[in-house]
Design a protein around this ligand. Structure first.
Ligand SMILES: [Zn+2]
Length: 193
């Protein structure tokens, strides 16, 4: 922790670069990804402050749209789409994802009931585990597609898609190489950007 504190202590010595951020934000992209510490959206995309609106959840799960049941995830999506008017939503899964690995292996998560119940949101999405692939690439990619389908059930997303003002993108990020693949529409394939 101490190195992080040391950096934070000196981080504020750049007022010129950040002063304009007081005027507001107008990011073009909502970037939804896992909470995993190896996934750093600004590092992957080169985004500067103000350029990416982020939603991070365990396993980059987008919960089903549920009117009357407030959730941080739904509020974040709605704010990004309706208020900020983002033009693109990226759902980015990643290799070696602990959440997806637990799902495909059927791990006993009773010791972490909050994690167990959260991951239950994704039940049925992951593909069967391929024991030869510790990255769980196929399962993660199918899971990303399932979350994109969930997003389409959000009214604000539906409306913007219908009017051509929003694009949904599925990404797969390899934590051990830095490679990014994008889902190709009309197929199950994820190909190099
Ligand atoms: Zn993960």
């Amino acid at each position: 922790m101490q190195p992080l504190i040391d950096n934070a202590r000196t981080f504020g010595r750049r007022p010129a670069e950040f002063a304009r951020l007081a005027e507001g934000q107008s990011p073009d992209v909502l970037f939804i990804t896992c909470s995993d510490s190896r996934v750093v959206p600004a590092l992957i995309t080169g985004a500067r402050p103000g350029e990416l609106f982020e939603l991070r959840t365990a396993g980059n799960i987008v919960p089903p749209y549920a009117p009357g049941h407030p959730s941080a995830e739904a509020a974040t999506v709605e704010y990004a789409v309706e208020v900020l008017g983002v033009t693109d939503v990226v759902v980015c899964g990643h290799s070696h994802c602990g959440a997806i690995g637990a799902l495909v292996r059927g791990d006993d998560l009773d010791a972490v009931p909050a994690v167990r119940d959260w991951l239950a949101h994704a039940a049925g999405a992951p593909a069967p585990a391929d024991p030869a692939d510790p990255a769980c690439a196929e399962a993660v990619q199918q899971h990303v597609l399932a979350q994109l389908l969930r997003l389409r059930s959000y009214p604000c997303v539906q409306q913007r898609l219908a009017s051509g003002r929003l694009r949904l993108r599925g990404w797969y990020y390899e934590v051990h190489t830095g490679a990014v693949r994008e889902h190709r529409a009309g197929s199950d394939a994820f190909e190099a950007l």
